[in-house]
Write a protein that binds this ligand. Structure first.
Ligand code: TYM
Length: 336
C-alpha cells in the first residue's frame, strides 16, 4: 500500500452568508486541525455554488465573505492553503474524469440531491446532479486523507471513497487514497432554531431560524430568546434530551461554542430553566462570534487583500494538483 501524506481538505460553498452551522460544523474544526500533523487545505468552492443560479456580483461578494470568515476565525494563510476553487482548473478537469467513473445508480442514491431537487428534478441543472463527482475531485486532486465536514456531507465523502476504489480497481493502480470523513464534536448537525428536526441552513425561509456569522449582538440575543423550546427545564443527563430536539440543539450549540462536551454542559445546567439557559447561551454566542464578525468586516473593507490571499493560495494548490492530474491522465491513457 502506498503511504499518503496526512492531508486535510475541506470546502464551503459561497452561496448566501455563513451560518452558525458552518462555523461549528466546519470552520471552527478547520482551525483546530491547523498546525497539527496534518497539512491543511481549505477552499471556497465557487464551482459548486453555481449548480444553482448565482447573481455574478453576489457570487463575487459571497466568495470574499467566505474567505473573510475563514481568516477571521483563525485560518492562517501561512499555515493553511486557502483558495477559491475556480482558480485551480484541475478541479473541473478531474471532476469530468470522475463523472466517467461514478455510476448513475450511485448518484441516484444521494439524499442531498433528492432533497434539493424535490419534485422538480427535471428542471435542475445537470451540475447539481453531478456535484458529488466534483466534490470527489476536490478531495482526491490533493490525495487528501481526511475531510472534516458536518454530518450532512457524510454520504458525499463515502461516494468519494467509492470513486477512488473503482478508479484504483479499474486501472489496477494504488493511486488514490481512502479518504476519511472527520465528523466529530457536539455540533456536527446544528438545527434550525424554529424547528429542531430541520438543519440550520443559509437558505431557510426565515432569518430567525438561523444565526448568521455577521449578525449583531442584539440580533443574536433576540434569536436565541425567541428560539423554540419546550416547557421543561434541562434534564440531569443527556438521555433526557433524546425526545427534545430543540432543547438538545441549544445544548449542543452551547457545547460547540464553549469547547465542552454536551454532557459537561448538562452537568453544569441540570435543572436550569430556559430563563437561565437562554441568556447564558446568548452571552456565550456573542462573546465568541462578535470578534469574528468585526474581523470579517475589517477584511471585507480590503477586498484587494482577500483577492491576493486567494491568488497566492491557488498558486500553492496548483503546485500540488497539477502533477496529480497529470499522473491521472497518464494512468487513463491520454497522450500528453
Ligand atoms: P456547504 O457549503 O453546504 O457547508 C459547508 C460545511 O458546513 C457544514 N454545515 C453544517 N454543519 C453542522 N450543522 C449545520 N447546520 C451545517 N450546515 C452546513 C457542512 O457539513 C460542510 O462541512 N458539498 C459541500 C462543499 C464541498 C466540500 C468539498 C466539502 C465541496 N467540495 C470537498 C468537503 C470536501 C457543501 O455543500 O458544504
Amino acid at each position: 500500500m502506498t503511504q499518503f501524506t496526512p492531508r486535510v481538505f475541506s470546502g464551503i460553498k459561497p452561496s448566501g452568508g455563513l451560518t452558525l452551522g458552518n462555523y461549528l460544523g466546519a470552520i471552527k474544526r478547520f482551525v483546530d486541525m491547523q498546525g497539527t500533523d496534518f497539512e491543511t487545505m481549505y477552499c471556497v468552492v465557487d464551482l459548486h455554488a453555481i449548480t444553482v443560479w448565482q447573481d455574478p456580483a453576489e457570487l463575487r461578494d459571497a466568495t470574499r465573505e467566505v474567505a473573510a470568515g475563514f481568516l477571521a476565525s483563525g485560518i492562517d494563510p501561512e499555515k493553511s492553503t486557502l483558495f477559491n476553487q475556480s482558480q485551480v482548473p484541475a478541479h473541473a478537469e478531474l471532476g469530468w474524469l470522475f463523472s466517467c467513473v461514478a455510476r448513475v445508480g450511485w448518484m441516484n442514491r444521494m439524499t442531498q440531491f433528492k432533497d434539493k431537487a424535490g419534485s422538480g428534478a427535471e428542471k435542475v441543472s445537470l451540475g447539481l446532479y453531478a456535484y458529488p463527482a466534483l466534490m470527489a475531485a476536490d478531495i482526491l486532486l490533493y490525495h487528501a486523507t481526511h475531510v472534516p465536514v458536518g454530518e450532512d456531507q457524510k454520504q458525499h465523502v463515502e461516494l468519494t471513497r467509492d470513486i477512488a476504489n473503482k478508479f484504483n480497481h479499474d486501472f489496477k493502480v494504488d493511486f488514490f487514497p481512502e479518504t476519511n470523513p472527520v465528523i466529530e464534536g457536539p455540533a456536527t448537525r446544528v438545527m434550525n432554531l424554529r424547528d429542531g428536526t430541520k438543519k440550520m441552513s443559509k437558505s431557510g425561509e426565515s432569518d430567525m431560524e438561523r444565526i448568521n456569522m455577521t449578525d449583531t449582538a442584539d440580533l443574536i440575543a433576540k434569536k436565541f430568546k425567541k428560539a423554540k423550546t419546550d416547557p421543561e427545564p434541562l434534564p440531569e443527563t443527556l438521555d433526557g434530551l433524546s425526545t427534545r430536539p430543540e432543547a438538545k440543539n441549544l445544548v449542543d450549540i452551547y457545547a460547540g461554542l464553549s469547547g465542552q462536551t454536551s454532557e459537561q454542559v448538562i452537568a453544569e445546567y441540570a435543572g436550569a430553566g430556559w430563563g437561565r439557559f437562554k441568556p447564558a447561551l446568548a452571552d456565550l454566542a456573542v462573546e465568541k462570534l462578535a470578534p469574528i464578525s468585526s474581523e470579517m468586516a475589517r477584511y471585507m473593507d480590503d477586498k484587494a487583500e482577500i483577492d491576493r490571499i486567494l491568488a497566492r493560495g491557488a498558486e500553492k494548490a496548483r503546485a500540488i494538483a497539477d502533477p496529480i492530474l497529470k499522473q491521472t491522465k497518464e494512468i487513463i491513457g491520454f497522450v500528453q
